[in-house]
Design a protein around this ligand. Structure first.
Ligand SMILES: [Mg+2]
Length: 375
């Protein structure tokens, strides 16, 4: 039997409406988000899907991901062997600098096909599950805080416990008042986390961080700009609350610096930053060595990217701080999956089934997404 190869690649630039405004230190989101979906078809007709969801203030643009896939990576993917994913990732690394989201989309679709061909889930192909569910964190980022409190009143009785508050956008006094309101309403039943998205300047930051420290957050994420690692290290040394690096830690080289400078106690791992599930597992291997737990972060990702994230976390023990994969259920008004990945009692349920464990079709894509371009 000849080896299965990729015969066809299609790229879709889509735009999705979102239900709520999101206000956060690094950039506001309102109205719609753009994403790129990728469909690969193998020589035996198996179809696999991948997603690139860049965010222009964070990792890059959706339009650049389309160009990377359509012009620069297409020639490498056509004819690539489905059972040699690692070799393809090395070729892509050599042929194109950056564009991790586009490379992730290809790796995801390749694993989806390999999984369907073998009857195994991506988590199994990545070493096998170490967990069947992942605790879900919801981000408190609506400019209308009262709307977020109403959401929490609905979500807490359904078993959602983890809430990550986006701080540093409104005044410090408002941030403190909101944290106090949440603790007063829900006490210690909720697991509060704080994310500044780089909003503070190192000068004077420690005083504000001490104020929020009193509400016993599980961690404070990225208080200062990504390059301010010595400031991060001083906060990690001074505060009881652990410091988590997000924008400061994209890849292994970043993590090496974080570890060397003791700039964080934990890291946010995002497949869009790492540029692949294999890269992200390698990143967590280094984090494990330094005893830094991981948190499953996300950009404005839809169901395909989050299915990849779910499979990755299911097979990666060090990601012990949960995930923020709430977009399809709470933020996007639609998604391209035929059925959303289940959330149960505040946890994301890792789907059964081969590959990504989801069902996507051209029909569901055309029915549910606004397609801006297809190649
Ligand atoms: Mg963050």
């Amino acid at each position: 039997m000849s080896a299965e190869t990729i015969e066809r690649i299609r790229v879709f630039l889509i735009e999705s409406p979102i239900k709520m405004q999101r206000q956060q230190g690094v950039g506001d989101v309102k109205g719609t988000v753009k994403r790129v979906l990728l469909e690969l078809t193998s020589s035996s007709g198996i179809v696999g899907w991948g997603e690139a969801a860049p965010w222009e203030v964070f990792t890059g643009t959706a339009e650049a991901a389309v160009a990377a896939l359509d012009i620069y990576l297409r020639p490498l993917v056509i004819g690539a062997r489905v059972d040699r994913i690692r070799a393809l990732t090395l070729q892509m690394k050599k042929a194109l600098v950056g564009h991790g989201e586009a490379k992730l989309a290809i790796e995801t679709a390749m694993f989806d096909i390999l999984g369907q061909a073998s009857g195994l889930s991506i988590a199994t192909l990545l070493g096998g599950r170490v967990r069947d569910t992942i605790p879900l964190s919801f981000s408190i980022a609506d400019p209308d805080f009262a709307a977020d409190m109403r959401r929490m009143e609905e979500m807490v009785p359904k078993g959602n416990r983890i809430f990550k508050v986006k701080t540093g956008v409104k005044s410090h006094e408002e941030d403190v008042a909101h944290l106090e309101a949440m603790r007063n309403a829900f006490g210690d039943t909720i697991d509060l986390r704080i994310d500044y998205n780089q909003a503070l300047q190192p000068f004077g930051a420690i005083k504000k961080l001490r104020d929020v420290d009193q509400f016993k957050p599980t961690f404070i994420e990225q208080p200062v700009p990504r390059d301010c690692l010595t400031a991060m290290a001083s906060f990690a040394a001074d505060l009881d609350t652990p410091i988590l690096a997000d924008e400061s830690c994209f890849d292994m080289r970043d993590l090496q610096e974080v570890i060397r400078l003791q700039a964080a106690d934990a890291i946010s791992v995002k497949l869009m930053k790492a540029g692949g599930m294999l890269n992200a597992q390698a990143l967590m291997a280094l984090a494990d060595l330094a005893s830094l737990p991981g948190y499953g972060g996300t950009l404005y990702e839809g169901g395909i990217a989050l299915a990849a994230g779910t499979q990755f976390i299911a097979a990666t023990p060090g990601i012990s701080l949960g995930c923020e994969f709430y977009m399809p259920h709470h933020v996007l008004t639609e998604d391209v999956l035929e059925e959303k990945i289940a959330n149960r009692n505040g946890e994301v349920v890792v789907p059964d089934g081969p590959g990504l464990g989801i069902r996507v079709s051209e029909r569901s894509l055309r029915a549910n997404a606004r397609i801006l371009a297809e190649r």
